[in-house]
Ligand binder design. Sequence first.
Ligand code: FMN
Length: 262
Amino acid sequence: MGRDWKYIVGFATAVCLVCSVIVAGSAVGLRELQDTNKVLDRQKKVLIVAGLLAEDAQVSADEVQRLFKENVRPRVVDLATGQYDDKTDAAAFDQQKALKDPSASHKAESPEARAAGIQRLPNKALVFEIVAGKDIEMVILPIEGKGLWSTLYGYLAVGRDGNTIRGITFYQHGETPGLGGEVDNPKWKALWPGRKAYDAEGHAAIGVIKGQAPGAAEAPHKVDGLSGATITSNGVTKLVRFWLGDGGFGKFLAGFRKGERA
Ligand SMILES: Cc1cc2nc3c(=O)[nH]c(=O)nc-3n(C[C@H](O)[C@H](O)[C@H](O)COP(=O)(O)O)c2cc1C
């Protein structure tokens, strides 16, 4: 009996030990692959929001990287001045990491940031220029902010006029599928291109309304609401307006509107 007991405990301990080594080993071993896939997924989202890749396209990793290399120029922007910071290597810049670094980020104090559920802001941000030859066609801005249940992370594409929306996409959120999760619906995303970010006074005006909006020509600043998901819809309005405003990319985009960057 005594020996049986020792054998059972010894055996269970050995099994636990072996399993934990396997689990820890695979977690460490797979991390690099996960990181690579994350980068690839972001690159794909940038290409999709720029209209360079179809939403449901089945493309290889090599093809994504080729398209990205040929058409996309990542650059770092100083949010306070709205100027490019080409001394910082954009290829190595990690905006989410900067957010966790007190020397590279600061507390978000403005009412607009608070309304968008943003607690901290990076001093510098990573944008993606879509280039055709020597010309910049559009610029893709990272955006984030609160919905109902979660922080939504995505990209907003703005034309070289610094005003016309070219696309929107979210690559990460925890809103309810079928309700707030409809931010991923291609039909809803298709309502954004062609609308205008700013009103005549230069204020960020684009927003998601409750119900249906007319076409872009009649309602340049309005996008259909997500039905049954007014809280997520309002969250999208607040976060998009924040990033278009002076606390976000407002100064940077003003440079495009003045024709300083094209
Ligand atoms: C299980 C559950 C999940 C919900 N998920 C969302 C959501 O993701 N986004 C959202 O805005 N509202 C969500 N709602 C609804 C909100 O509670 C709220 O009723 C809604 O935002 C109001 O929008 P409406 O005026 O368009 O109906 C959810 C409700 C329930 C019961």
